[in-house]
Design a binder for this molecule. Structure first.
Ligand code: ATP
Ligand code: MG
Length: 290
């Protein structure tokens, strides 16, 4: 394990949460994180983190954009109704894994399976409609000039009947009064937290089983961050959704999740229960600001 970097007499450690002068540079984190990946977790270790058969699995995934390979032989196991959080340095390929599950990348080897069915080659629409996988955030923001209701109806664009989308939209309004009160307002006037709620709810219109959530806390004030994690917790605990999330706020993400994976340079470096990784000193030093 490398010693914390010393700079101008101060010990510098941690990532992302502290003030500027107490945070390791992105390059330092990436360099030191490389040292974590000596022993890639085995499939047995990954399986031990999920009770019973996995709901979604990834086996030997090799994926990237065009000819550029970003993800190298990556495996993942998550059980029905479990939550898994991917953390790791900027550029490690966390979003690319979500993109690969959803069908946005060039997959050259390996497989994504849902309940044992190979869905690797499904395009995003089929992933949502047929495999029950929804992708939320980062590249998927709301339409600011449309109303809240119109935004939700867009979430049902794959439904045959508009009445179906309308019914699903009403179910969202029944669940989230905050949105119901603003159904006829332009989405552009929503607060950051309400907007995030709309982004999540729009994905719920198709009643997916798996939610891929990229950086749910990004750009939100602390009180809204807590709200978003409460919403996700309710979706997992009350509705049995399986959640795979990427979270730069590693503390929040690992506290929330049953399972944590650390990704470094497109490879799995560490895997464990969320609370075990929270207590892992390397994870603390590199990703938790401590
Ligand atoms: N659409 C794209 N086309 C080409 N290269 C891409 C594309 N998206 C990402 N990349 C590259 O893939 C690598 C991994 O990016 P990715 O977005 O998956 O990282 P990340 O772990 O999510 O990082 P961050 O924490 O900054 O969000 C980076 O080198 C990035 O430049
Ligand atoms: Mg990302």
């Amino acid at each position: 394990m490398a010693e914390p970097t010393k700079q101008s007499g101060k010990t510098i450690s941690g990532y992302g949460l502290g003030g500027v002068d107490t945070v390791m540079s992105v390059d330092d984190v990436a360099r030191e994180a490389e040292g974590l990946s000596a022993d890639t977790p085995t499939l047995e270790q990954l399986s031990a983190l999920t009770p019973g058969d996995p709901y979604l699995s990834i086996d030997g995934l090799v994926a990237g954009y065009g000819k550029m390979e970003i993800i190298h032989e990556f495996d993942l196991r998550v059980g029905a109704g479990q939550s898994l959080c991917l953390i790791g340095p900027n550029g490690a390929g966390k979003s690319t894994i979500l993109h690969s599950i959803y069908g946005f990348t060039n997959i050259t080897d390996g497989a994504v399976s849902v309940e044992g069915r190979d869905v690797t080659s499904f395009n995003p629409n089929r992933k949502l409609k047929d495999a029950g996988i929804a992708y939320i955030l980062q590249d998927n923001s709301v339409f600011p000039d449309m109303t809240v209701e119109e935004n939700l109806l867009m979430g049902g664009f794959l439904m045959k009947e508009s009445a179906e989308a309308q019914a699903a939209t009403e179910r969202v309004f029944e669940k989230y009064d905050r949105l119901a009160q603003r159904r006829n307002q332009r989405a552009g006037v929503l607060s950051g937290g309400e907007r995030r709620l709309l982004e999540i709810s729009r994905a719920l219109v198709m009643n997916p089983k798996v939610l891929l959530v990229d950086e749910p806390s990004i750009g939100l004030e602390p009180r809204f961050i807590d709200m978003v994690f409460e919403i996700l917790e309710d979706l997992q605990k009350s509705e049995g959704k399986t959640i795979i999330m990427v979270e730069q706020n590693a503390k929040k993400g690992l506290e929330f999740s049953d399972i944590g994976y650390v990704l470094v340079s497109g490879r799995l470096a560490l895997a464990g229960k969320g609370d075990e990784l929270l207590d892992n000193p390397d994870v603390g030093r590199l990703f938790l600001g401590g």
